[in-house]
Write a protein that binds this ligand. Structure first.
Ligand code: ACO
Length: 324
């Protein structure tokens, strides 16, 4: 089947220097390393320094992805940046990254799908490349969730962290359906669940950034079903299966959600990439952060079939299948 395919050319990520361990958190709220590790698998998270913004994290991840691809910034003509924690209400954090990279052509915009942001951004960039209007896209997930956490609420503040990841995809004319590139993506949302995970502020309501609020049990209850449904859709659309994928790189929210999803789908535990222990839930940044680790340590190789999935506030959820 001939047509345009989005092929991955590079990946990069960045975590802020400061590490906040579970023990550190136990000094601030009534919790313990044992409780956090048992319920979530998280051992530590990174926190942006004062004056360090989402755009700064995004820029560092983007520069690393460019270096990995061997591209100059001027090669990029599209930036799609997924974030729920932009530097400002507007302009988009993507245009700050664009300016910092010295790019003056093409388009740059933000996309908001909370923890599903990276999968939504990848699918959006892919759709734009397929029109032929753009050639090379920088897809970024970047967050500073530490800025919207209620640090008194032990039910949420232990779960999240700051970070950024970036991927570069290029439009390539292909004749072979089996070739490298993004094979399929499936996006979903259901706004009836929007009050189960939300931020209690915003420019149009309170005029403040607000704080994250979550019904943890409700999120947990829906997560595995939604994640697995959208992966079953990806398998049905492509004829691929739990056996044919080489790597499963899920949104890094919670070890129990990841394990339960993999088990329900019949994906072998050794195929699952897990980094949530190292950085907690970094929302839109978590998939490229995990993927970058698995690419750089040699697990993900050219030709491997890689399955991504995410689920988050909205609810939003989605999957993507990539031939690396
Ligand atoms: N330390 C110690 N105790 C705690 C903590 C904490 N950090 N947080 C809550 N507790 C207590 C509660 O107060 C409660 O105490 P009580 O029984 O005396 O009332 C008890 O632990 C149980 O609370 P639950 O909220 O019922 O705990 P649960 O077993 O559901 O675990 C958790 C909570 C980890 C948040 C779980 O519901 C979960 O993982 N949910 C998914 C949330 C998630 O991953 N969200 C990320 C965003 S969405 C996404 O990315 C997929």
């Amino acid at each position: 089947m001939s047509g345009i395919r989005s092929v991955v050319r590079g990946i990069g990520s960045y975590l802020p220097e400061r590490i906040l361990s579970n023990a550190d958190l136990a000094c601030r709220v009534e919790t313990s390393d044992d409780w956090i590790v048992q319920r979530t698998g998280i051992r530590q998270r990174h926190i942006a320094a004062e004056g360090e913004y989402t755009s700064h994290l995004a820029l560092k991840a983007a520069e690393r992805a460019l270096a990995d691809a061997g591209f100059a910034a001027r090669d990029i003509d599209l930036i799609v940046l997924a974030t729920a924690t932009p530097d400002q209400t507007f302009p988009a954090t993507a245009v700050t990254v664009q300016a910092e990279l010295g790019i003056t052509r093409g388009a740059a915009f933000d996309l908001q799908a909370v923890c599903s942001g990276f999968v939504f951004a990848l699918a959006t960039a892919d759709a734009h490349l397929k029109t032929g209007a753009f050639q090379r896209a920088l897809v970024i997930g970047a967050e500073t969730f530490s800025r919207i956490l209620d640090w008194e609420d032990r039910g949420t503040c232990v779960l999240f962290g700051d970070g950024a990841g970036a991927m570069i995809i290029e439009a390539v004319q292909v004749d072979d359906a089996k070739g490298a590139g993004l094979i399929t993506h499936h996006l979903r949302s259901d706004g009836r669940h929007r009050s189960k995970l939300y931020v209690d502020g915003g420019p149009s309501t309170t005029g403040t950034a607000g704080h994250l609020r979550m019904e943890g049990r409700e999120v947990f209850k829906h997560a595995v079903g939604m994640i697995t449904d959208v992966i079953v859709d990806a398998f049905a659309a492509t004829g691929e299966s739990a056996d044919s994928i080489a790597w499963f790189v899920p949104h890094q929210a919670n070890r129990r959600i990841i394990d339960a999803s993999a088990q329900k789908l019949g994906i072998a535990p050794e195929k699952v990439v897990i980094t949530v222990d190292l950085h907690g839930n970094t929302s839109a940044a978590s998939i490229p952060l995990a993927l970058d680790v698995a690419v750089k340590d040699g697990r993900v190789k050219r030709g491997d079939l890689v399955l991504l999935e995410a689920m988050g506030g909205g609810f939003t959820w989605g999957s993507a299948l990539i031939r690396w």
